[in-house]
Design a protein around this ligand. Structure first.
Ligand code: ADP
Ligand code: MG
Length: 159
């Protein structure tokens, strides 16, 4: 079985393609951090958990806001910037953060697949689908058998 898939790395600046404008900021991991996703190259939307934390001397610094294991939806797609030869992943965490967390360490656990990548005729249609994805993710993660992943050692171990 392909899941869970574990990714981690420092959050990078994206192309600023309006994640925040759509009310849906998406955090990016460096290309090399996406490698474990190569076992499932199906473009589309996935769900699971994510954790953001600062890292100092190889150890995770867990503050009040950071360190929490939070629900996330991830969009996986072939990156046009690399002639569609490389995958890129954009992660939206279902939490209102007080500040941006560029450069901070992010761990991502992918637990399931929601839907294939779609082309959108309008911004409204896209926003509506993102809302559906978030609901599907929360419903899935609320099912018995999933909560144990939130306390998985992956999120407790240092970098
Ligand atoms: P970029 O093109 O740089 O990815 P976005 O508009 O997609 O710009 O914003 C992503 C950034 O917003 C993340 O790197 C992170 O620092 C910040 N951010 C704030 N809240 C969230 C959230 N709930 N989920 C993901 N990123 C968030
Ligand atoms: Mg983004």
């Amino acid at each position: 079985k392909p899941f869970p898939i574990l990714l981690s790395g420092a959050v990078q600046r994206g192309f600023g393609r309006g994640g925040k404008d759509l009310g849906c900021p998406t955090a990016n991991l460096p290309d090399e951090s996406i490698t474990p996703m190569s076992s499932v190259t199906e473009p589309g939307v996935y769900y699971g958990y994510a954790q953001v934390s600062r890292e100092k001397d190889g150890q995770l610094v867990l503050s009040e806001e950071e360190g929490k294991v939070l629900p996330m939806v991830m969009s996986l797609g072939w990156n046009p910037f690399y002639k569609n030869e490389r995958l890129s992943a954009e992660i939206h965490i279902m939490h209102e953060f007080t500040n941006d967390f560029y450069g901070h360490h992010m761990k991502v656990m992918i637990l399931g697949y929601i839907r294939p990548e779609l082309d959108y005729v309008s911004r409204e249609a896209l926003i509506e689908d993102i809302e559906t994805d978030k609901r599907v993710a929360l419903k899935s993660l609320a099912r018995p058998g999933y909560e144990r992943y939130q306390s998985d050692p992956f999120f407790q171990d240092d970098v």
